[in-house]
Design a binder for this molecule. Structure first.
Ligand code: PHE
Length: 340
């Protein structure tokens, strides 16, 4: 019987050598160590031996059992190491490969459009003047001839920061700042910058957008200067064939006030979502600077006159490049941005 035991051990160990995976190990375990395996019946057969042989056999049988269990564990560990080794070889890192290139970026379409506008007005003698995004109620409304509770304030949906502070709803407060800084010199400036309105976001209006305010103050400046300046701008920006339309309008800080429209390039005047099916797109509010505003800036309205205008920036860019949704300017979608 001791022979049988030795035989079993040899056979089991040899079989274990050929086991290659967990399934094989489970099968091996069932076959030799499990309840219905080969070893337990041998262990039980100790009872059939003469009494004096039992201790030696029992000890030998237990040693075989322990030996097989240890061998199984060792085999499992060896297989695990093999597996790790295979993984490492398969996923080997080549640290000498070049990285993914980070290409140079380029200017945003809004910045490019602003620069085109600066260039056109620079040729007409307008300097760039910057004024703050966070404004006082006084600058944004009061000094522009809109006292508290003036109904014209409803034209601008406003982001209030406190009772006195707000995000500017237009670039017009810059008019007051420039006049106060340069009075009594004549003025010819553009004031570019972001404006904010608490508005429903749609294909044609965002709650943040750019404007380029224009302001000229001097002696004998008339409406003819305003209309010709804007017409010249439109022709240089969009092309000499563009149609411009002037309508009477109302702003508290200009008198008289006008609205400048351009024919819609997207639909060639047929009517589309962007031009609200009118064929025309409003590109700027404008007018002659109101005497009260001139006086608030320090200029005597009996001696001085001036004009002001306030086109947006995204809408002209939409017209020029055929973009039909203003939200694209702020959505950071590279597929859009890379086109310009
Ligand atoms: N500030 C006006 C607006 O945002 C536009 C404007 C500017 C009108 C200058 C007249 C003169 O609607």
């Amino acid at each position: 019987m001791l022979d049988q035991l030795g035989q079993l051990e040899k056979e089991a160990l040899a079989a274990l050598e050929t086991v290659e995976d967990t399934e094989g190990m489970n099968a091996w375990n069932r076959r030799y160590l499990g309840k219905k395996g080969a070893l337990p019946p041998l262990l039980r057969s100790v009872r059939e031996l003469p009494k004096e042989e039992r201790p030696a056999f029992g000890q030998a049988a237990n040693e075989v059992k322990t030996h097989l269990e240890t061998a199984l564990e060792a085999r499992a560990e060896a297989l695990r190491q093999q597996e790790i080794q295979r993984d490492l070889e398969r996923e080997a890192l080549d640290v000498t490969l070049p990285g993914r290139p980070i290409g140079p970026g380029h200017l945003h379409i809004t910045t490019k459009t602003l620069r085109q506008i600066y260039a056109i007005f620079a040729e007409m003698g307008f300097q760039v003047y910057e004024s703050p995004d966070v404004e006082t109620d006084e600058m944004n409304f009061e000094l522009l001839n809109m006292p508290p509770h003036h109904p014209a304030r409803d034209m601008w949906d406003t982001f209030w920061i406190s009772d006195e502070l707000l995000l500017r709803t237009h670039t017009s407060p810059g008019q007051i700042r420039v006049m106060r800084e340069y009075c009594p010199e004549p003025i010819r400036v553009i004031l570019p910058g972001k404006c904010y309105r608490y508005e429903q976001i749609t294909a044609r209006s965002e709650h943040q957008f750019y404007q380029v305010e224009g302001l000229a103050v001097g002696h004998g400046i008339t409406m003819a200067d305003l209309v010709s300046t804007l017409t010249e701008f439109a022709r240089r920006f969009y092309g000499p064939e563009r149609q411009v339309r002037i309508r009477g309008s109302y702003f508290p800080f200009t008198e008289p006030s006008i609205e400048v429209d351009m024919d819609c390039i997207l639909c060639a005047g047929q009517g589309c979502r962007v031009c609200r099916y009118s064929g025309w797109l409003e590109i700027a509010g404008a007018g002659m600077v109101h005497p009260v505003v001139l006086a608030n800036g320090g200029y005597d309205p009996d001696e001085w006159s001036g004009f002001a205008f306030g086109p947006g920036v995204e809408r002209p860019a939409m017209l020029k490049y055929g973009i039909d949704d203003i939200r694209l300017f702020y959505s950071n979608d590279l597929r859009f941005l890379r086109q310009f």
